[in-house]
Design a protein around this ligand. Structure first.
Ligand SMILES: NC(=O)c1ccc[n+]([C@@H]2O[C@H](COP(=O)([O-])OP(=O)(O)OC[C@H]3O[C@@H](n4cnc5c(N)ncnc54)[C@H](O)[C@@H]3O)[C@@H](O)[C@H]2O)c1
Ligand SMILES: O=C(O)C[C@H](O)C(=O)O
Length: 314
């Protein structure tokens, strides 16, 4: 990859935080922000661009005047959409964000036809599926960001319980990025020690519950959804793709028979490299987890079916 240009569509809380995080890491040559709200992309591009003075490596941060300026990107991150508030679920955002997604994706197809897309808008798995249906692109080029965030949340909960092992905790959260997400306790290790040896069953159950409600917990305190951890998780994925680093990160990708499902986007472990989600890793699921995965897939399909009933797809 030579140009290392990243487009971010939706320069709100998450999009701007991802841009800031990326520019502090210095992993891309250029970041271009676009937002439908006048002045937002411009103001944030100037502000982030000025912060680059203190970054280890320079990044050019610009604002697109129109979607046409988000052109020839290696990666396009889609954070355009409405965040939830109050008691809303992510699913409550379905129709409004699907409409936004439609117009955004048409532009991405036109102006950055070779990009890898990282979808962020909620409900995440359904929006990732919408992008597949609209673009018809190879599935490795459309990746939903969820497991990177949910895994970080699980690691945070574990650290809060243990009080040690920060940065040494490997977690895995699969399934939907919603109420049926599946944090996998038996896969968690702190410095290569399985946490089942470190935490009681009750403690792990609490960790799972708090991970599952991690997004809602922030909405409760903040009145809108979180953006620092999401922004950093996006930057981590962008870096992995640009650097072709082949790290394993749970992400929402289109299944074509893996885990027994097809024609649905859902969170599973994937290898991230220069071609996007280059490989889906199929891990062995025990009977109980397979049942949870089924519930998770069904909940995503409910959203897809609502869009179909509303003639959203051809
Ligand atoms: N996948 C995840 O883990 C995750 C994490 C956090 C947030 N989210 C989701 O990301 C989305 C953005 O969240 P946020 O907190 O940044 O919201 P926000 O309101 O701060 O920002 C969204 C931005 O999108 C812009 N926008 C709307 N329609 C647009 C269009 N057609 N073209 C360009 N820009 C457009 C808005 O003007 C706004 O600035 C929400 O749907 C939220 O639920 C997902
Ligand atoms: O919780 C939300 O609505 C936003 C995002 O999906 C999150 O998990 O933080």
């Amino acid at each position: 990859m030579t140009k290392r240009k990243v487009g971010i569509i939706g320069a709100g809380a998450v999009g701007a935080t991802a841009a800031y995080s990326l520019s502090m890491m210095g992993v891309c040559g250029e970041i271009v922000l676009f937002d439908i709200a006048e002045g937002v992309a411009k103001g944030k591009a100037i502000d982030i661009g000025q912060s680059v003075h203190y970054a280890p490596v320079s990044t050019i941060v610009t604002a697109a005047e129109s979607p046409a300026d988000v052109n020839d990107c290696d990666i396009v991150v889609i954070t355009a959409g409405v965040p939830r508030k109050g008691d809303m679920t992510r699913e409550d955002l379905l129709m409004i964000n699907a409409k936004i997604m439609k117009s955004v994706v048409e532009d991405v197809m036109k102006y950055s036809p070779d990009a890898v897309i990282i979808c962020v808008s909620n409900p995440l798995d359904v929006m990732s599926y919408v992008i597949h249906r609209m673009t018809g692109w190879e599935r490795n080029r459309i990746i939903g960001m969820a497991g990177a965030l949910d895994g970080a949340r699980m690691a945070y909960q574990i650290y809060n319980k243990l009080g040690y092992g920060a940065g040494q905790t490997g977690t895995l959260v699969i399934g939907d990025h919603g109420q049926h997400m599946i944090p996998l306790p038996h896969k968690v290790q702190v410095g290569s020690v399985n946490t089942l040896e470190l935490l009681s069953k009750e403690e792990m159950e609490e960790i799972i519950e708090r991970t599952r409600n991690g997004g809602a917990e922030i909405v409760k305190h903040l009145g809108t959804s979180g953006y620092y951890a999401p922004g950093r998780a996006i930057a981590y994925m962008v870096e992995a793709i640009l650097n072709d680093s082949k790290v394993v990160v749970a992400s929402s990708v289109l299944l074509e028979g893996e885990y027994g499902y097809s024609d649905v986007s859902v969170g599973v472990p994937v290898v991230l490299g220069k071609h996007g989600a280059e490989k889906i890793i199929e891990i062995e699921l025990d009977d109980a987890t397979r049942e949870k995965f089924k519930t998770s897939v069904e909940s995503i399909r409910e959203g897809i079916d609502i869009l179909k009933a509303n003639k959203f797809f051809d």
